[in-house]
Design a protein around this ligand. Structure first.
Ligand code: R5P
Length: 289
């Protein structure tokens, strides 16, 4: 029998523990702290034999979480562990997968190359902002979808809801959820003016007294969801449930979403947050088995 120890990085300890429970594997003890000057210390304390699964989201603080991941991976590589599966539930820097303007760093490429250099043999991510990130790796890289897990959570909690994508990019998610929940879906037209400012066109939708679920991959500043929520509220929706895979939730974004009229916000635990109530542990455990 192949024994896989599971290491949870600082950003994903609870998720790592839940994956270990789902897989009936053990957690690998690891010591991690910062020196007084702020530099990170890592020590793998478990006896890794056949292989290891490292779980670390690389959301805020991105650079610290990334560096910790690199240190863990390279330590395992130095220990001559060949089977190193890396789970990155939220892939930071995933929105810069190409140079949109001349001279820009292709951050996602640099990150993927460093992960590989440090010793990863396989990579598992969830709802990457761009599917193409998998192609930046020379090793097997998988992009799993948490949408069915979200749909499962929502099932039986709502009465014939309308699933709404807050922009065209999220239309596929809305369709996927609607197919699973056997209900209708729609989308709104969004125009991004800047990283902080978005415009959303008002659309005539017959939703007076109807429950609505908004679905997006990421909630970052909350601008996209705030606009969608305000529009759906004005159209007379009786209940607005906001859902997303990755709750990046910059500053007071959650407050703004509730202030706009959302009744509930739910997200997965790819990132730790106060609305991370849907676990992707089972999804990851199935893929890793
Ligand atoms: C956009 O392409 C994404 O799917 C999200 O809509 C976006 O990242 C959300 O950002 P924000 O919350 O800042 O509007």
């Amino acid at each position: 029998m192949v024994i896989l120890l599971i290491i949870g990085g600082s950003a994903s300890q609870k998720l790592a523990a839940n994956i270990a429970r789902e897989m009936r594997e053990s957690l690998c003890p690891m010591e991690t702290h910062k020196f007084p000057d702020g530099e990170r210390y890592i020590r793998i304390k478990g006896e890794v034999e056949d292989g290891v699964i490292v779980v670390q989201s690389t959301g805020y603080p991105h650079d610290e979480n990334l560096l910790e991941l690199f240190l863990i991976l390279k330590t395992l590589k130095n220990m001559e562990i060949e089977n190193i599966k890396v789970v990155i539930p939220y892939f930071g820097y995933g929105r810069q997968e190409k140079a949109f303007n001349k001279g820009e760093a292709v951050s996602a490429e640099v990150v993927s190359q460093l992960i590989e250099f440090c010793g990863a043999s396989e990579v598992y991510c969830i709802n990457l902002h761009e599917d193409g990130i998998c192609d930046l790796f020379q090793i097997p890289a998988f992009n799993l979808s948490a949408i069915p897990v979200i749909a499962d959570y929502l099932k039986n909690k709502l009465n014939d809801p309308l699933i709404v994508a807050p922009d065209r990019g999220a239309l596929g998610f809305a369709e996927e959820i609607a197919n699973i929940m056997r209900c209708d879906y729609e989308y709104l037209e969004k125009n991004r003016i800047s990283p902080e400012v978005v415009e959303t066109k008002i659309k005539k939708l017959d939703i007076k007294g109807r429950e609505v679920v908004i679905i997006d991959d990421i909630i970052s500043t909350g601008g996209t969801i705030v606009n969608a929520t305000e529009i759906l509220k004005k159209l007379g929706s009786s209940r607005i449930l906001v859902s997303c895979v990755h709750p990046v939730l910059v500053e007071d974004s959650l407050l703004k979403i509730f202030a706009a009229g959302a009744d509930q916000v739910i997200a997965t635990d790819t990132l730790k947050s106060e609305v991370s109530c849907v676990s992707v542990a089972g999804l990851l455990a199935d893929a890793l088995k």
